[in-house]
Design a protein around this ligand. Structure first.
Ligand code: APR
Length: 248
């Protein structure tokens, strides 16, 4: 089974899922670690449509701070981001990189059209009124007007809040159903639908591998788990896969 999966993977689709742990060594906080974002903020205060309706100033302050943190010059891609961009360039089969992260470190490292931001993108903004998405705005405020429809007070970060539908789920499920190798990197496996991708991949016959600092909530669903920092585990995984020497 394992070697077949590797052989299949050499022609089959490889699907990689990343979470906040892949950006941790670039200096961005994760969510559920001891000093993570949700240890300092309540989700229902800053990351739901109801929070935005109730107190848009507070929600925009939260995302403006995260935008500024992500844009800091010392926040740059690490070796894990670079290894995944290399995998996209050099892999002979099909490849899809699904990230839960809203930062753009995968793009900065060179990941391209094979990248899907299922929870949206922090540096883009969306008008709550007409749905127009724009890039390049600085700090958002409730006084801001939408460039397209003129509505004031509806500009929000183009991220997926709790209770909202993640992005590109059809594309992701199609990829999972056809994948020969599924690799989860830097995610705690707390949030669905991403936490269920490993079971969809296994049901499709894929070999499943977790690379994480510690076993995630879903570790028992994987064929193999490796613990360690992403900047070490991911480059060695990519080297082994590209060399056809991945030990399954
Ligand atoms: N290398 C590898 N893994 C790491 C590292 C590292 N350097 N540092 C932390 N981790 C691991 C942690 O052990 C943890 O399992 O990354 C995981 C991060 O988990 P979370 O903080 O829960 O982040 P994530 O899984 O991406 O959260 C999913 O929840 O709040 C929502 O929308 C938000 O996209 C986010 C989603």
């Amino acid at each position: 089974m394992a070697q077949d999966a590797l052989t299949d993977a050499a022609q089959g689709k490889v699907v990689v899922l990343t979470g906040a742990g892949v950006s941790a060594e670039s200096g961005l906080a994760t969510f559920r670690d001891a000093h993570g974002i949700w240890a300092r903020y309540r989700i229902e205060d800053v990351a739901t449509p109801e929070a935005f309706a109730r107190d848009p100033v507070r929600v925009l302050e939260f995302y403006n701070l995260r935008r500024a943190q992500a844009a800091a010059e010392e926040v740059v891609p690490n070796d894990a981001h670079r290894a995944l961009a290399r995998l996209e360039r050099e892999w002979m089969g099909e490849f899809l990189l699904v990230t839960q992260n809203v930062d753009d470190l995968h793009e900065q490292a060179g990941s391209g059209e094979a990248l899907v931001h299922m929870h949206g993108e922090l540096h883009r903004s969306r008008c709550q009124q007409c749905g127009t998405v724009v890039g390049g705005l600085g700090a958002l405020s409730v006084e801001m007007a939408c460039e397209a429809c003129g509505a004031v007070g509806g500009m929000r970060p183009n991220v997926v809040w709790f209770g909202e539908m993640p992005v590109a789920m059809d594309r992701i499920h199609d990829a999972l159903e056809a994948c020969a190798l599924f690799v989860s990197i830097g995610t705690s496996g707390n949030v669905y639908p991403a936490a269920g991708f490993v079971r969809a991949a296994r049901a499709a016959g894929a070999y499943t591998l977790e690379l994480n600092l510690e076993p995630s909530q879903g570790a028992s669903s994987f064929h193999q788990t490796r613990q360690g920092p992403a900047s070490t585990l991911v480059p060695s995984f990519v080297d082994a896969l590209l060399a056809g020497e991945l030990s399954l």
